[in-house]
Design a protein around this ligand. Sequence first.
Ligand SMILES: *Cc1c(COP(=O)(O)O)cnc(C)c1O
Length: 222
Amino acid sequence: MGVAENLELVRKEIPGHVTLVAVTKTKPVETILEAYRAGHRDFGENRVQELMQKKESLPADIRWHMVGHLQSNKVKLLVPFVHMIHGVDSLKLLKVIEKESAENNRVTDVLLQVHIAREETKFGLSEEELDALLYSEEFGRVTHTRIRGLMGMATFTENREQVRREFRYLKGLFDRLRGSVFAGSDAFNQLSMGMSGDYRLALEEGSTMVRIGSLIFGPRNQ
Ligand SMILES: *Cc1c(COP(=O)(O)O)cnc(C)c1O
């Protein structure tokens, strides 16, 4: 089946208030255009260099989501246009985004990434680190970076109950922050969780943004 058909099938399963980020890493511009022509506008990449290259050859109204781990020295390239940065996992990175956003005279929307998986390899803040960041003096001075919510990646496992527990934990954290640090901030309303293998579970557990690649574009050749 083609990209447009796959996209249509996935869309049917996603409630209207949930954003589908089509993750296009390793896929050529021509493939991305198929989704674009089918009306899709939210696309995600996990490498800055690859994102920049593709952006050059694609329509300007695409909303680009940076979904992968981001290094501070690459922030400068993204800030002028990026729609959302999903993987903010340190105060250091947040401060660089803040500085570049101020210089560009814009407010950058970001999600704080929380480590919810059992795998050591995955990135993200622990709950303690998240609280330390949010209650830090420096965070109080942030004016050009808007925290839109949280992002997390579950463990890669067949154990559905474990994945569900991890998503539920992230949702609990999201609700706690909505009722405390972000009480009164309407902008903190996004929960980015769920990929090709676990997006149904993520939706059941309250996701508002799913990041789906292989289910739409086919397996990656790596
Ligand atoms: C690649 C990637 C995805 C999409 O993965 P699929 O399993 O192909 O849907 C989602 N989120 C992040 C951060 C990724 O790097």
